[in-house]
Ligand binder design. Sequence first.
Ligand code: ZN
Ligand code: FE
Length: 259
Amino acid sequence: MVEITPIPAFNDNYIWLLRHPDRLHAVVVDPGDAAPVVQRLRQDGLELEAILITHKHGDHVGGVRELKRIWPEALVYGPANEPIPALEKALGEGDRVDLAGVGASFSVLDVPGHTEGHIAYLGEQGVFCGDTLFTAGCGRVFSGTHAQLHQSLQRLAGLPAETRVYCAHEYTLDNLGFAEWVEPENQDLLQRRRDAEALRADARPTVPSTVQLELLTNPFLRSGVPQVIAAAEHYAGRRLTSPTEIFTAIRSWKDREYD
Ligand code: ZN
Ligand code: FE
């Protein structure tokens, strides 16, 4: 069974490291910076087999060229619809990625919205979802649309409840603050804050979470919940009739007033 651990980068990015417990191969997801990856792989005596990219932003692709220079045999996988440095395996919905060296395989989901061509990698009881679904939040809409991001989040929300959510940033505590604006009386949210604060006080990651925990606490997956609808309508100052309108209002509210 593949082992998955985070390599912290920049202020709050996680570069996910995949390795087989008995072999010396490694795969990384979204290496925005090469240095911490090189350090970890050298320390553990690992050879880089592949690089998986979810989307084009610099904090996810900035280390690709340097890693390819050091490990030229590492294959670069990424979205077909975005400019990715050194891309060799262009992926879209339904494609498969088999990583024999680390003993893992994934299927590809198109999850546009944060960017127009964002993809996610689903497999090994988890999903690497980049900046689409965050713990207790979601990515901003940059080069996609709100309707796309809402639909992509709905797809992720429909994965089996125990699916682990490996997003690319440690944003949980910050996101929980906004989630509490939306649903101040959600007891699961208050419990999640206590759990997350305990982890962070120990300098431990709050990621991965699970689809189940996101369904209970993430306002961007809860456009059908009466308290979320009421909060969205209060912010918008009018009745909102579709889940996408409710999602869009909540996203805009966070963008304009929270961070
Ligand atoms: Zn991004
Ligand atoms: Fe990012």
